[in-house]
Design a protein around this ligand. Structure first.
Ligand code: ADP
Ligand code: MG
Length: 244
């Protein structure tokens, strides 16, 4: 049984079909890439899985839970975590406090009031910062990080709730080639810890880190499987040729 099972998912914005009868399976621990031309529905699919958008039709199962209509916090409890295309770090707080807040999201108000959690979570904050090469930046304002470092901070924050499935929407957009390579190195150790569903433009990058890919075109899944299989697909070639 797969960890994530999306069936017949559709999303309409008025007359526009952003997603149309999309199926997707992600196994526990699998690294799965989502690619497709601009406007093909990648972000919409991620948003529907995360609960930021409600699908018009279809179903989404995560583990044993039907999450299709659940609000985002309940999906998080079912094991989902995400990082969107748009940055959501708190720029006026230091890097350390951003991660602390993400870890505290699971704490009771009682713990927070007694500031027990701050002491208890110190080690976890430091471990996440070191893992994402941010230990030297702990006391700097998040708003002063480089673009690449901000993306890593957000991934660290998304991991704070120990998800079984992590969703990343174009985490390497705007990164230098060095930062992109480093991002691949930072994601690799997540294997065995959680499954990953990642949207990326760079086929080289995604082909290297992912076990399998799903290709969207105009809201429809046109191919799914290992990189070599997907690359050999006639429909994928057409989708990319049609969109230049
Ligand atoms: N909130 C919205 N309202 C209307 N149309 C939208 C909205 N969000 C996305 N769309 C449209 O849905 C289609 C798919 O968008 P999106 O999922 O963002 O594509 P991708 O992430 O693959 O570039 C596009 O045509 C886009 O313009
Ligand atoms: Mg997008």
């Amino acid at each position: 049984m797969s960890l994530l099972e999306v069936r017949g998912l559709g999303k309409s914005y008025g007359a526009l079909r952003a997603l149309d009868a999309a199926d997707l399976d992600v196994a526990a621990g699998e690294f799965h890439g989502l690619i497709g031309p601009n406007g093909s529905g990648k972000s919409t699919l991620l948003k529907c899985i995360a609960g930021a958008e409600m699908p018009t039709e279809g179903s989404i199962r995560l583990g044993t839970a039907d999450v299709t209509r659940l609000p985002p916090p309940e999906r998080a409890r079912a094991g989902l975590s995400l990082k969107f295309q748009i940055t959501s770090v708190l720029p006026q707080l230091c890097v350390y406090d951003n991660v602390l807040l993400a870890l505290q999201a699971g704490d009771s108000l009682f713990d927070l009031l007694l500031s027990r959690s701050r002491r208890r979570l110190d080690e976890q904050v430091k471990a996440l910062l070191s893992r994402f090469r941010l230990d030297g930046r702990a006391q700097d304002l998040a708003g002063h990080l480089s673009h690449g470092e901000q993306q890593w901070l957000e991934i660290a924050m998304a991991l704070a709730c120990r998800p079984t499935l992590l969703l990343l929407d174009e985490p390497t957009a705007g990164m230098s080639p060095q930062e992109r390579r480093a991002t691949g190195e930072l994601l690799e150790p997540l294997r065995g810890e959680c499954a990953l569903l990642i949207v990326e433009h760079d086929l080289g990058f995604i082909g290297e880190i992912c076990d399998s890919l799903t290709v969207l075109d105009q809201g429809q899944v046109v191919a799914t499987g290992p990189l070599a299989e997907v690359q050999a697909s006639e429909r994928v070639a057409q989708a990319y040729l049609n969109h230049g």
